[in-house]
Design a protein. Structure first.
Length: 924
């Protein structure tokens, strides 16, 4: 039974009686010719045709001009007896066959199974039936041509012509005959019904459905031997043969599946051809099935879906009502992915490299609403990637461009510093990954700069051939987990290496080689000679395969800006702000200028125009430069960038500048527009998981946490939360190193929530809370005050929130404590405890930056201490090698307790004590 039935979508079904069909009967005469070498395999039911198969009246088929040769590509992923081989000629191939008069489907497969592009045209009996057939066709090396033809003189002559080389793999004539068919049909996939239809078209449809339904799971690639996108194109090529006949009983099913293939390929590649083909076929189906909701969705209509909404919004502020709806809808989507789709290894069905991208909008549910299901799904995928076997030493095993090689680890592990703050396993994984930075990826150039040797890399090697042997801003993507690790424990090795790299980019930004404006980051730096534009002569275009390495792809270039700003946050070295400040100054000045309409590419005016327009990533209204301006402003505690943020920032960042609540309410329009409609296109129908977007999710994350972006960029959150859920409205209105202001609205019963503070520096604080009667963030009644002592970087503050009253919370520093840069950090997690043969073993880590000494390890059964052990010292992992020691306790596993806990203590200052206790459950 298909997913559409489960969704109770209404699909019209119709009965076909005596349709004209190309689904042949058993015993029917077919005229099928398989081209190839004398020794290559011949597809069952086909006649072998080689270069020497010259036409004769006796044979009734053959070449009118002799082909130049034949090919056989047994090793191809797509190979079968039909598509592995073919014949070729320098300019044209002419094939003749004696075929009885009638109406036929003519099918040819063109292409020579190489990467060389061929442009061919096909003629039937002198008339052009297909012009400019290009192979390879996207990901596959061949392309089928399908055309309904009429033979009236018993002769069929097919000519394939090309200005360079012509190549054909098979030619088929399938008679269109009347048959008696009585079967339920329609567009809904139904393999049981299709199997009752015998013939080649049924086989092709079932094969195409099989390829489509396999999805992009890791096991699917192993099962089929072909990756998912290859399978999508193979399926499309097969389905186009059925789509050539609108009266075939499989026509509606075939074009429905074909339309979905084109739709998802367009979502993945943003290709106008796929977009047009999908719309063409869905439009045909809509005329036949006007009430089918799924077809309407695919054509862009917004079909709302329901969520459970049990709260009374009367009296609640609008931001809380809209936040509640948005979170309920977000959770419904996440729950489907975690509960219905996710496998035990963390996969979501789009392959790991794409699956991880879906996590980019999950953080509001985890760190804001404290949702256990979302957290479980996130961690399952992060752990699945780490244990998948496709990574080595915290990075991709296979060499690929950095955008793809880095995404597995970069999209999963930086956020674990917030989700599992202080968990030694995730910290150590990031340290391990950063061993690659000095050992594999970077070196010292002739100018004495530290740079990446290439933008194509793995955990063990880099590709040093031109033009890949360059450092690019997007290499910062590989380093993001290390930036978080450096923030966490001020690891001296990371700070030294990243400072060398950052200083190199700052120096290169100041250069003017090749006409590059001073202060602007170049698109690439050649490792061999520090050259800017070394392979193209263009400072803005490194000549790489993907366009996102060009300078005008600002969102990607800005990953280096974010790295530099993050290093400023860690080191306070203002030099790291020079590139972002240069861009800001250019933009502020350019906004007052009249720039030329078409400035010369690479010129100063061109740079100004690209910056103002937001590059190719986005438009001026959502300019990606505002993301780095907001980050720089937050981390440097500066209002310098506010003018531009107020004009072009995301809604939350705009609010921080203008304090206008309408900015938030308007921001919810985009967010809720992503969450209110077309649930299947966000869940059940999805084929590429990296294309599941929730636009505007930054608004939710900002309101919950006070962060300037999506959360993973840098740990600049004001607060994260526990025991909240979707019924607790949270609005962080302000936060910095010495103060925070938060609004809370509780749709449920009175309860206590935990606010984890991240920016507030250690010190003594006054916490004030009370009722806010006019939603301005100020206390108007019922004011309560208490003193807080915050001893660490991240602290937990308990807040009681009454039901149905808007609460304002204000925290203000009274006294600052001295900052401690050097600290040990003894740590363990639940996964560090194991029991075997009455022995409890536990690993105790040090994830700080100084040696931990005099460590006491206590074993507790409930409120009773049952064991004590001591560790003299554990060195710090300053060389990026994890440091831990394992100790054991003898225990009685028959004890009448459900769980035991391990607690660690040291006499020295620690980064955090939130990671000093872990538990092991003895009974379920």
């Amino acid at each position: 039974m298909s997913r559409q039935r489960k969704l109770n979508l209404v699909f019209l079904m119709w009965t076909v009686m005596g349709l004209v069909s190309c689904t042949e009967n058993v015993g029917q005469n077919l005229y099928l010719y398989d081209m190839g070498t004398e020794n290559s395999a011949v597809e069952k039911g086909y006649i072998q045709v080689t270069p020497v198969s010259t036409y004769t009246e006796k044979d009734g088929y053959g070449w009118l001009n002799k082909p130049a040769g034949a090919f056989d590509t047994l090793a191809g992923k797509w190979n079968n007896g039909l598509n592995r081989d073919g014949v070729w000629a320098k300019d044209s191939l002419v094939f003749k066959a004696n075929i009885p008069n009638g109406v036929y489907l003519l099918t040819l497969t063109l292409g020579d199974n190489t990467e060389k592009q061929l442009n061919q045209s096909v003629y039937f009996n002198g008339a052009l039936i297909a012009g400019s057939v290009i192979t390879p066709w996207y990901r596959i090396p061949f392309k089928s041509v399908n055309k309904k033809i009429t033979i009236s003189n018993g002769v069929a002559v097919v000519k394939i012509s090309s200005a360079s080389l012509a190549a054909v793999q098979n030619i088929e004539f399938r008679p269109i005959t009347r048959q008696k068919i009585s079967t339920l049909t329609g567009f809904e996939p139904d393999t049981v019904a299709v199997k009752h239809l015998r013939g080649d078209f049924a086989v092709k449809y079932l094969k195409a459905s099989y390829y489509y339904d396999l999805g992009a799971w890791s096991k699917s690639a192993k099962t089929s031997g072909i990756n998912f996108t290859f399978r999508m194109y193979l399926a499309a090529d097969m389905l186009e043969q059925i789509a050539a006949f609108e009266n075939d009983p499989l026509y509606d099913k075939a074009i429905y599946l074909l339309a979905k293939i084109h739709y998802w390929l367009d979502q993945e590649d943003n290709d106008p051809y796929h977009e047009a083909e999908a719309r063409k076929y869905f439009t045909i189906l809509k005329k036949k099935y006007p009430d089918a909701e799924l077809i309407k969705m695919y054509l862009g209509e917004q079909i709302p879906f329901e969520v459970a909404d049990h709260v009374d919004g009367k009296g609640a502020p609008q931001w809380a009502v809209k936040q509640h709806e948005a979170m309920q809808r977000m959770l419904k989507i996440i729950y489907w992915w975690v509960n219905e789709r996710q496998e035990a290894n963390g996969e979501l069905g789009g392959k790991y490299g794409d699956d991880v991208e879906i996590l980019r909008w999950w953080l509001p549910a985890i760190l804001g609403a404290d949702d256990a299901t979302a957290k479980r799904g996130y961690m399952r995928l992060a752990d699945g990637v780490w244990n998948s076997g496709i990574m080595e030493r915290g990075f991709a095993k296979k060499i690929d461009d950095v955008e793809h090689a880095a995404e597995l680890f970069r999209d999963t592990h930086p956020s674990m510093f917030m989700i599992r703050y202080g968990d030694p396993e995730y910290i150590e994984r990031c340290l391990i990954s950063m061993q690659n930075f000095e050992k594999v990826w970077t070196g010292i150039t002739p100018k004495g700069h530290r740079h990446f040797k290439s933008c194509y890399l793995s955990a063990t090697a880099v590709l040093e051939q031109a033009p890949m042997n360059v450092d690019v801003p997007l290499n910062a993507r590989a380093v993001l987990p290390g930036l978080w690790a450096a923030w966490y424990n001020r690891n001296p090795t990371l700070i030294k290496l990243f400072s060398e790299w950052g200083n190199a980019w700052v120096a290169d930004a100041a250069r003017t080689d090749g006409g590059k404006p001073a202060g602007v980051l170049p698109a690439a730096i050649a490792f061999a000679d520090d050259g800017i534009g070394a392979h193209t002569g263009k400072w803005y275009d490194p000549g790489l395969e993907y366009d996102y390495y060009k300078w005008e792809s600002l969102g990607h270039v800005n990953e280096m800006q974010a790295q530099l700003i993050g290093m400023y946050g860690i080191t306070s070295n203002t030099a790291f702000l020079k590139p972002v400040n240069s861009c800001y100054d250019l933009m502020i000045g350019a906004a007052q200028e009249k720039l030329p309409e078409n400035p010369e590419q690479g010129s100063l005016n061109w740079v100004k125009k690209v910056l103002l327009q937001g590059g190719v990533d986005k438009g001026g209204a959502d300019n990606p430069m505002t993301d780095v301006f907001a980050m720089a402003g937050r981390i440097s505690n500066s209002s310098k960038y506010d003018e531009f943020i107020a004009l072009h920032g995301n809604p939350y960042n705009k609010y921080l500048v203008n304090k206008d609540p309408e900015t938030i309410n308007k921001g919810f329009e985009e967010l809720l527009n992503s969450l209110r409609y077309n649930f299947p296109l966000l869940t059940t129908e999805v084929k590429y998981t990296d294309r599941v977007y929730v636009r505007g999710s930054e608004l939710l994350f900002g309101m919950y946490t006070g962060h300037f972006g999506s959360g993973y960029e840098y740990p600049s959150t004001v607060a994260t939360w526990k025991n909240t859920g979707p019924d607790m409205g949270v609005f962080v209105r302000h936060g910095d190193a010495t103060s925070a202001t938060v609004s809370l609205y509780n749709f449920g019963e009175t309860r206590t929530v935990t606010m984890q503070t991240w920016l507030l520096e250690p010190g003594t604080y006054k916490l004030s809370s009370g009722t806010d009667t006019n939603d301005d963030g100020e206390i108007d009644a019922d004011q309560l005050e208490r003193i807080l002592v915050l001893k660490e970087r991240v602290n937990q503050v308990q807040l009681q929130v009454p039901a149905g009253k808007l609460q304002a919370v204000r925290i203000e520093q009274l006294k600052a404590y001295p900052k401690i840069e050097a600290a040990a950090d003894v740590a363990l997690s639940d996964r560090d405890i194991s029991i075997a043969n009455d022995q409890l073993s536990v690993k105790i880590h040090n994830v700080g930056n100084v040696t931990a000494k005099n460590i006491r390890v206590e074993l507790w059964a409930g409120s009773r201490k049952i064991g004590l052990s001591k560790i003299a010292e554990i060195p710090a992992p300053n060389d990026l090698v994890p440091r831990w020691k394992k100790i054991s306790f003898k225990i009685n596993t028959g004890m009448a307790i459900s769980a035991i806990s391990v607690r660690v203590f040291t006499d020295h200052p620690e980064i955090t004590t939130l990671n000093n206790t872990a538990s092991y459950r003895l009974t379920p």
